[in-house]
Design a protein around this ligand. Sequence first.
Ligand code: NDP
Ligand code: GDR
Length: 370
Amino acid sequence: MKKALITGITGQDGAYLAELLLDKGYEVHGIKRRSSLFNTERIDHLYKDLHEDNVRFKLHYGDLSDSTNIIRIIQEVQPDEIYNLGAMSHVKVSFDSPEYTANVDGIGTLRILEAVRLLGLTEKTRIYQASTSELYGLVQAVPQSETTPFYPRSPYAVAKLYGYWITVNYREAYNMYAVNGILFNHESPLRGETFVTRKITRATARIALGLQEKLFLGNLDAQRDWGHAKDYVKAMWLILQQEKPEDYVIATGITTYVRDFVRMSFQEVGIELEFKGTGEDEKGYVTACTNPEYQLPIGKEVVAVDKNYFRPTEVELLLGDPTKAKTKLGWELEYDLPALVNDMMAADLKLFKKDQLLKESGHRVFNFHE
Ligand code: NDP
Ligand code: GDR
């Protein structure tokens, strides 16, 4: 039985990847951070009591900022594959916590590689590093491929640049199977609530259900190449199964404005929007409601721009070229953007219908906005 160790197992990708690897018969180990509240909501369905027989899913307390902890866990588990998904992954927040981000996202990668080397596991253990399209940053060329130059635009992206190159360096210096997946944005119903897609689908559901008045966003002109996380974790696994260790771009090859993602989400509940104005003065108004379940007044302003959500330096356009992954890995997409939006909206409507019921029966419901 193959053993995998996943850092960031409590995150969006960690949860889908753990599920995929368990289905493939792996023993899956994950590193989770100690927190004052349970933070395992995304993986609770995979958990089995350790006293049961044949438990193949195990969690270890740990943190990427702690070398001793990383070395001990890798020594204990002796993994065949490590997926380094743990990170402070929010681009805007990285401007608030740049040093912490560098430590975890940059040096954290080094800690994993160096632990494998020090423990004499370079022949046995394959390492996947969660690299990102944020490395491309300021547009040098489109579509962006494995050979496009990097120009990072945030403390997050600069930390990930270190993670990318230290992975390449350990591969070349020590002949390790250490590889980068340069993944473009991928989303799902498990996406963190403060990333733009999930913020939009949650707010759309809440506005349609009468639980929220308006959605405040930042740069509506940004363009992203959005895929479904379920498809992207399959690529991570494929990248570690090749004969030769190589880096791959994983993307859909289609880019969409943030504004159009908003439109598509509202269309899922039969609400048409029109955007008027530009920059910080742009607003989105209801022009039609075709679903009798979700009726809002025509002309109602449901989207506005708040400049606090703008970043000091922005990545305006991401559009990936997945040709290498498609030809060499045989990687295929199951979800296109409309299917992704449909999946996310269905989940958020289900979630907030519960809040609507609570509200109708006199309870107070809370929503933390960010
Ligand atoms: P999430 O933010 O959903 O998950 C991040 C995970 O990292 C969580 O489990 C989090 O734990 C954990 N983590 C954070 N800080 C530390 C730390 N100091 N030590 C150990 N673990 C830590 O991210 P995603 O699942 O979306 O992304 C997975 C990886 O892929 C990340 O590295 C991200 O940067 C990268 N990436 C993501 C893309 C995307 O579009 N989703 C695209 C390209 C790259 P906790 O739950 O306790 O917070
Ligand atoms: P990104 O994702 O920065 O691409 O990083 P995010 O969803 O945060 O932003 C995408 C784009 O939308 C614009 N935007 C807003 N973003 C947020 N979060 N909130 C808003 O209100 C808002 N309004 C407009 C942003 O400016 C940006 O242009 C994600 C993360 O998962 C990274 O970890 C990963 O590496 C990259 O994707 C690929």
